[in-house]
Design a protein around this ligand. Structure first.
Ligand SMILES: Nc1ncnc2c1ncn2[C@@H]1O[C@H](COP(=O)(O)OP(=O)(O)OP(=O)(O)O)[C@@H](O)[C@H]1O
Ligand SMILES: [Mg+2]
Length: 314
């Protein structure tokens, strides 16, 4: 049976980027022609998977002319899509780079309101498209109008379909989701603090907190991403710290999603959890080596993976 990867994005976005020579108020700022990129957690995971040579089915909610534009952008990138239409218009964010200082200003807007019938349709489509043994990756925040326990409903579908559910989200949606069965969670330190109900976590507290979390929840793998410090892999009987290589960092956009994509690729290849996180860290770090929203490059990821393997086997 061929296992497939399905990604889920509830609040996708078109990232519009322009540059301008100097930013000052009350004058007309003459910007360059915009470039457009598709974004939003699950969509980034699908794009990163494509860069790593893996196909996925990218499911998302979208509406209005911006929703159609998003579909075109992803079509051009060769991503298999399943769009559940909504009445509201897909959001678009703006990033402006001031070429005189090289500073970037990023303006984000909330997503459209999603009606109950719309997210219910998405759940029906999800159930139809999942088969036993598949991997389901949900990444990103929920848009306005969606219930905090939405990922609980997704987890229930995954469980009934015998699908491995991988979740990367934050806030209340994350807390609620962990009441149900999740195969793998990838919080960063801030998100793990939210999960553990603490304001911050020191290096010394990390391992015991991860262990305690796994004892109290139905979660097989907890991967805590630590930015430039790599990641902590925790399962019921394994704790391992994987360092990240030091690279010339250009943009950390999509580092987390690239990491998740790398881990899913390894899981499909039947790698061990330790190898999986090493490749995930390599892909996350690879994503930081290029400007903008380019995500991870496969050759960079392979080279970094070799470096991590050499470090950790030494
Ligand atoms: N400055 C960096 N140098 C090297 N690697 C990095 C750096 N920042 C991130 N990474 C890599 O990317 C992975 C994920 O990064 P991070 O922990 O910042 O995730 P995140 O907070 O979920 O990011 P995102 O903003 O994409 O959601 C890290 O485990 C690491 O491998
Ligand atoms: Mg993240």
């Amino acid at each position: 049976m061929r296992k497939k990867i399905v990604t889920l994005t509830l609040n996708p976005v078109i990232d519009k980027s322009v540059s301008v020579a100097g930013i000052s108020p009350n004058t007309k700022l003459r910007c360059t022609s915009p470039t457009y990129d598709a974004g939003g957690g699950g969509i980034n995971v699908s794009r990163a998977l494509k860069k790593l040579g893996k196909e996925s089915l990218c499911m998302y909610l979208a509406g209005g002319p911006t929703g159609e534009h998003l579909h075109q952008i992803l079509d051009k990138a060769g991503i298999n899509q399943l769009v559940v239409p909504i009445k509201g218009w897909t959001r678009d964010n703006l990033a402006v780079t001031d070429t005189t200082t090289n500073l970037q200003y990023r303006f984000g807007v909330p997503g459209p309101q999603v009606a109950k019938e719309e997210w219910e349709t998405l759940l029906i489509e999800l159930e139809k498209n999942l088969e036993e043994g598949d991997y389901l990756v949900a990444s990103g925040k929920l848009p306005p109008g969606m219930p905090d326990d939405f990922y609980v409903l997704v987890a229930e579908i995954a469980k009934s379909k015998k699908v491995r559910f991988i979740l990367d989200t934050s806030g209340e949606a994350l807390i609620k989701a962990t009441k149900s069965k999740v195969f793998m969670l990838k919080p960063n330190l801030g998100e793990l603090s939210t999960l553990c109900g603490v304001t911050s976590i020191s290096a010394m507290e990390l391992e015991p907190l991860a262990k305690k979390f796994l004892e109290e929840h139905d979660c097989e793998i907890l991967v805590v991403s630590l930015g430039p410090k790599g990641a902590l892999l925790a399962t019921k009987d394994l704790i391992e710290h994987i360092p990240a290589p030091t690279v010339l960092q250009k943009s950390t956009i999509g580092a987390g999603d690239s990491m998740v994509a790398g881990m899913v690729v390894s899981l499909l290849k039947g790698k061990t959890y330790s190898e999986m996180v090493k490749y995930g860290v390599a892909c996350g770090t690879a994503a930081t080596m290029h400007e903008g929203t380019q995500l991870c490059n496969k050759d960079d990821a392979e080279n970094l993976y070799k470096w991590i393997q050499a470090q950790t086997n030494a």
